[in-house]
Design a protein around this ligand. Structure first.
Ligand code: HSE
Length: 452
């Protein structure tokens, strides 16, 4: 049988990795797919550079629509990124009857519903293993490997840039800006690093995993997103002293109606810095590595670890999708794995819960005047709202460097770990504590997950 022909839109870091791995491992890939897979056409704005990467046998054009219009091409790989022209081209490729492989998490997290509907209507597949956690086959695991299970929660380190920054800050004591520059130089960061450091990239990825895990539509607009830019060295150090590490986690959880906490049934969908017990495997995922923990009823806890970005790791996921499509494209569309794991007519309308209804535990740091009765007032506020304290630590501010400048009055840091409570209650408690005249700076609140 002739090789299946693939058109590539955008040959940057991932595109060139895909081209090279496909060439290098072509014999093994063909034995697995049952048919050769060849990139025969590439569209890129820099034609000369693209041609030098792929050699003279591959047709290179500067117009993506020429690839989509080519009747010999069965699969289009979209590696342009973003929601703009990439969305138009993906929809045009679908309309032209092409299967699509994409690494574009932003596009799917925001416009996935429209794109998957268009693909189902046209009878083509949109595959996106590379969109979440790069080379880790987490989409395959969630959609197929765990298909027997009722998934309870997912918690992942799904942004390599921020994990690298947090690891460097903790290990080497360097500041945020220096670590970010290093991450950019190593090629981990998005073109616009605010997507990494503000948690947006992780939120795109957890939105996609949430939809697959719980059979709900992708709803990026409902995700709570908080990045790492406000984290200070002091909190990283205090967390360590309490037996925790701080990680930026993408979390999604199925929640039942809870009359005691006054919360409804729904799905939590959130990205924020999080204290994780240092003894958990996921707390020891360092540098730019990614890891995803999945808790499911039959299998229990599983953990998936690997490179979440980079040329060939991401190419590994892109090519896995090419092989899947090659095996399945002649099959009856009804026999294919649904895009979001659940049949399109069996999706759930379970709502994404507002952050005020999320239930979690907390790390609080209060810079207070070091005088009698301060701690009693703070703990009294927590008790009045039935928020149970797990641990308290008091440290002289200067022990961790303080905020610099001349200290006019004796100050101390009070660090409190709480047990689980609903976020609305914690908001109220923080409001009351902040109003105390002895609380001298804005209170730091970092959520905590035991991941037990
Ligand atoms: N900027 C992303 C990261 C790349 O740092 O993980 C892969 O999506």
């Amino acid at each position: 049988m002739n090789p299946i022909q693939v058109g590539l839109l955008g040959i940057g870091v991932v595109g060139s990795g895909t081209f090279n791995v496909l060439r290098r491992n072509q014999e093994e890939i063909k034995r697995r797919a049952g048919r050769g897979i060849e990139i025969t056409m590439v569209a890129d704005l820099d034609v000369a550079r693209a041609q030098s990467l792929v050699g003279p046998d591959v047709k290179v054009v500067n117009d993506a629509r020429a690839v989509i219009a080519n009747p010999d091409i069965d699969i289009v790989i979209e590696l342009i990124g973003g929601y703009g022209i990439a969305k138009t081209l993906v929809l045009e490729a679908i309309a032209a009857g092409k299967h699509v492989v994409t690494a574009n998490k932003a596009l799917l997290a925001v416009h996935g519903t429209e794109i998957f509907a268009a693909a189902s209507k046209k009878g083509v597949m949109v595959a996106f293993e590379a969109a979440v956690a790069g080379g880790i086959p987490i989409i395959k695991a969630l959609r197929e490997g765990l298909t027997a299970n009722r998934i309870e929660w997912i918690a992942g380190i799904i942004n390599g840039t921020t994990n690298f920054i947090l690891s460097e800050m903790r290990d080497k004591g360097i500041n945020f800006d220096v670590a970010l520059k290093q991450a950019q130089a190593l090629g981990y960061a998005e073109a616009d690093p605010t997507f990494d450091i503000e948690g947006v990239d992780a939120a795109h990825k957890v939105t996609i995993m949430s939809a697959i895990a719980f059979g709900i539509p992708v709803q990026f607009d409902k995700a709570y997103v908080e990045g790492i830019t406000k984290l200070g060295a002091a909190d990283i150090k205090y967390a360590e002293q309490l037996g925790y590490r701080i990680k930026l986690l993408g979390i999604t959880k199925r929640r039942e109606l809870d009359a005691a906490q006054h919360t409804s049934a729904g799905v939590e969908l959130r990205v924020h810095p999080c204290l994780v017990p240092a003894k958990r495997l996921i707390a020891n995922v360092e540098g730019a590595m990614n890891a995803v923990m999945v808790q499911a009823d039959a299998v229990g806890t599983t953990l998936y670890y690997g490179k979440g970005a980079g040329s060939e790791p991401t190419a590994s996921a892109v090519i896995a999708d090419l092989v899947d499509i090659t095996r399945l494209h002649t099959a009856d569309a009804a026999q294919r794995v649904p895009h979001l794991a659940f049949q399109p007519n069996a999706m759930s309308d379970l709502p994404v819960l507002p952050m005020s209804e999320v239930v979690t535990s907390y790390y609080l740091r209060l810079r207070v005047a070091d005088e009698a009765g301060v701690l009693a007032k703070v703990t009294g506020i927590l008790a009045s709202l039935s928020i149970s304290i797990d641990a308290v630590l008091q440290r002289e501010a200067d022990e961790v460097g303080g905020q610099g400048g001349v200290v006019q009055i004796a100050q101390t840091d009070v660090i409190i770990l709480t047990h689980d409570c609903v976020e609305a209650k914690m908001n109220a408690a923080i409001g009351l504590m902040q109003a105390l005249p002895t609380v001298l700076e804005p209170i730091t609140r970092i959520r905590k997950e035991e991941l037990a």
